[in-house]
Each structure stands twice: as structure tokens, then as C-alpha cells.
Design a protein around this ligand. Structure first.
Ligand code: PA5
Length: 408
């Protein structure tokens, strides 16, 4: 397990952590027991079905050879893990452009994608566990009509539509069976925001050219690591302690803009899993050094409602050297490291609590470890808080009210 946590810039003591080890370990045990609903993702990396993985890779190869663009229609957990990985990780040259639709109700956003689709050979990939999400339904109907027009018939369009949905239930499963779309399954016991390791995450990543075998190997390494328990539960317990000490906001910080959307994914994972019954840490993400020139002021001297979790990448694949001027000879990464040290010291002097998470390298293998680490942490913190980290009753409330507003 290569993801490391440091609490040296917090006032959390080893004794405080150890006092919560027992409930954290029983949370971990129930995650691993296989008896808890929606925890299929816990053992998934160790049980990866070889046939399914080959099928994902084969279909991805066909899509890459026949299309220039794949439009993924999905929202929330049905697209965020794929987009985050595509923005963060290196991609093979044969990977094609993967774009996302159905993530808002904005016509100009979708019109731009429609214009692009009319110029490029396109495949549509519709991802919805429930099969009845409004954003997805609307975008699918718009984009399918365009595909029928572009490729000449309903049948020709159907040959370029792939669905990823629940194995047995939901409107999208019925439609898939009726229209004969190529399809992958999201297991019934894995919810949207924990679905990165299912076809919902893996297939779009593979089409974009990400090495999903390495990603799965990373997840597997994390899931079977003896150090696992200590690192993931230490972070979960530290978050819980921060809450108990009165912190209400977790600012998740990056020094690498490729991780911006990982931050969005984390916000969804933490916010939707933990924000219940009046509890939870409000997750915020910041990108440094950009946000040091804006929110940096608030962090240093504003209301201390927050603690920080900084995610640091240790090794860069490239370091650009500054050729002239007062910084000649230094690399951008030298400056990034100095910014990190400067911020750490200034925040230490101001008494700000900073948790540090380190990932050795931004590659598929280590990223797989990080995903698994974060999912486990989130589930354990939620269980320590006494909420169900796998439901989202509040989200369902808005969906219901929106249907009413539409008279449906
Ligand atoms: O994590 C979740 O369960 C949600 O964010 C869902 O992924 C999101 O609401 C989309 O739902 P569905 O995949 O059923 O269309």
C-alpha cells in the first residue's frame, strides 16, 4: 500500500487515534463481511472477473477503431470516476476523445457537443444504474435522435449505442434488451459513487486509453495490503476527530491541476455519503497555487471552521527548467515543492490543522490504490458518524420534487 498519511501538522495524538481503533476496525470488518448492503465494491478488486474485463477491453478496442468521439451520458456516480481518471492519468495514443453529456440541463452545453458529434464518428455510452434519472433520459433522447439522423436509421444508431446499467432492473435495462444495445452491468450491490471499479468507471477510461488493468492491480494491492487498515482507518478516524473538535469543513487541496476532477469526485463521494441527519463534513476543493491567490487569504486568517487535507504527488514524470531570470535553473516542480513547504509552515504558524496524503506517482496503478483508499475511508468515517454511507435520501427528495414540478 503506497498511499501514506501524515498527521504531523495536526493536533491529533496517537492516543486519540488508538481510542477509536476498535469502532473503526469493526466498521472495516462489517464492510468486508459481505453482509452489508451496497458493499460489493469492497471485495470487487480481489474478485475481478477476467471474462468481464476482457469483454470491456474488446468493446473498447472496437470503439477506438470505429469512432473518434465517445459521448458518455451519465450524472453523479455514473460519470464522475471516469472523468476524474481521464483528466488525471496518462493515456495511450489510441485512446479517443471521451466527453460527457446529461450532467446539466443546459442547451448551449449540449448544442456544442451535438455540433461536434455531427462532425465526428461517434459512439454513445449511456450510464445509469436506476435507468430513470431525468438528466440522462433527456440527453439520451436528444442524442439518440441525432445518431439516428447521422447514421440513417434506428438500427444503425443502435449499433453505436452502449449502455451500462443494472443487471436486471430499470427502464434502461428494458430498453437495452428491446433495442439490442451492447451492454455492461453495474452490480446490484454497488452504488453510483462507489462504482469506479465497475464498467461505469472502467469502460470510458479504457476508451480514453487508460491502462485499466494497472488501475485494477492498484486497487487489488490496496485491498490486500497489511498496512491497509492503519492508513485508511487513521484518515477516517482523523476526519471524525476533526468533526468532534468542531471543524465543519474539509478543504481538500491539490498542487496538480490534473487532480481537479478527482476533487469533484471526492466531493460527491464524501458529501453524498456523509451529509445526513444533520451530520457530516462539508467538502470543498482548492487548487494550488491558483487558489493561494484567492482562498489562501481565508485559509490563513479567516474563520477556522475548516481543516485541510492536502493530496501530494511525490514524483513528476517531467520537470521543466526555467531558462533565465531570477529563478533560472529551478524547475516548476522546485517552485511547487517550495510553495507546499511555505504554505505548510505559514499554516502551522497560524495553528491550522493539515492532514497530508501522499501518492508516489500519478499513474494508473497508484491512482487505483488512491480510489480504493478514499472509498474505504469515506465508508468508515460515515459508519463512525452513525450514518448510512451508501444511501442518498436527500438526492431522491429533489428527484421526486422535480418530477412533480414537471407534472410527471
Ligand atoms: O452515487 C449515487 O448513487 C448518485 O450520485 C447516482 O450515481 C446519480 O444520482 C445517478 O444515478 P443513476 O446512475 O441511477 O442514473
Amino acid at each position: 500500500m503506497d498511499i501514506k498519511i501524515s498527521l504531523k501538522n495536526t493536533d491529533i495524538t496517537r492516543t486519540e487515534i488508538d481510542e477509536k481503533k476498535q469502532p473503526a476496525n469493526s466498521a472495516l470488518d462489517s464492510l468486508w463481511s459481505g453482509k452489508l448492503d451496497m458493499t460489493g465494491w469492497v471485495q470487487a478488486p480481489l474478485k475481478q472477473d477476467k471474462e468481464e474485463l476482457d469483454y470491456i477491453l474488446n468493446v473498447a478496442d472496437i470503439v477506438k477503431s470505429e469512432a473518434e468521439l465517445m459521448v458518455v451520458i451519465g450524472i453523479g456516480g455514473s460519470y464522475m470516476s471516469a472523468k476524474a481518471a481521464i483528466e488525471a492519468l496518462p493515456k495511450a495514443e489510441d485512446g479517443i476523445d471521451v466527453r460527457f453529456a446529461g450532467i446539466n440541463f443546459c442547451s448551449p452545453y449540449h448544442r456544442e457537443l451535438m455540433n461536434e458529434m455531427s462532425r465526428k464518428e461517434t459512439v454513445l455510452c449511456v450510464v445509469s444504474k436506476s435507468g430513470n434519472t431525468m438528466e440522462i433520459r433527456a440527453a439520451f433522447d436528444i442524442f439518440r435522435a441525432l445518431m439516428e439522423k447521422k447514421y440513417g436509421s434506428r438500427e444503425a444508431a443502435a449499433g453505436r449505442i452502449i449502455t451500462i446499467t443494472d443487471k436486471h432492473s430499470g427502464a434502461l435495462r428494458e430498453e437495452t434488451d428491446r433495442e439490442g444495445y451492447v451492454s455492461f452491468e453495474i452490480p446490484g450491490n454497488i452504488g453510483g459513487r462507489y462504482s469506479a471499479m465497475t464498467p461505469a468507471g472502467l469502460f470510458p477510461m479504457a476508451v480514453a486509453g487508460i491502462d485499466i488493468r494497472a488501475l485494477i492491480e492498484g486497487e487489488k494491492a490496496a485491498a490486500s495490503s497489511p498496512e491497509w487498515d492503519r492508513n485508511a482507518t487513521d484518515y477516517a478516524i482523523a476526519r471524525m476527530l476533526m468533526m468532534e473538535k468542531g471543524k465543519q469543513v474539509e478543504t481538500i487541496e491539490f498542487y496538480d491541476p490534473r487532480l481537479t476532477f478527482l476533487g469533484e469526485w471526492m466531493k460527491q463521494l464524501y458529501g453524498e455519503s456523509e451529509g445526513k441527519e444533520g451530520k457530516g463534513l462539508f467538502p470543498v476543493t482548492l487548487n494550488f497555487s491558483t487558489d493561494l491567490h484567492s482562498m489562501g487569504q481565508f485559509l490563513q486568517q479567516g474563520s477556522q471552521v475548516f481543516f485541510e487535507t492536502v493530496i501530494v504527488v511525490d514524483e513528476y514524470e517531467e520537470e521543466i527548467t526555467i531558462p533565465s531570470g531570477p529563478l533560472a535553473g529551478k524547475t516548476l516542480e522546485d517552485l511547487n515543492r517550495a510553495a507546499f513547504q511555505g504554505v505548510a509552515e505559514a499554516h502551522r504558524q497560524a495553528g491550522i490543522q493539515v492532514i497530508e496524503l501522499r501518492i508516489p506517482k500519478l499513474d494508473a496503478y497508484h491512482y487505483g490504490q488512491l480510489l480504493y483508499f478514499l472509498q474505504t475511508t469515506c465508508a468508515v468515517t460515515g459508519m463512525l458518524m452513525g450514518v448510512d454511507p451508501f444511501d442518498q435520501p436527500g438526492v431522491e427528495d429533489y428527484k421526486r420534487e422535480m418530477r412533480k414540478a414537471l407534472g410527471q
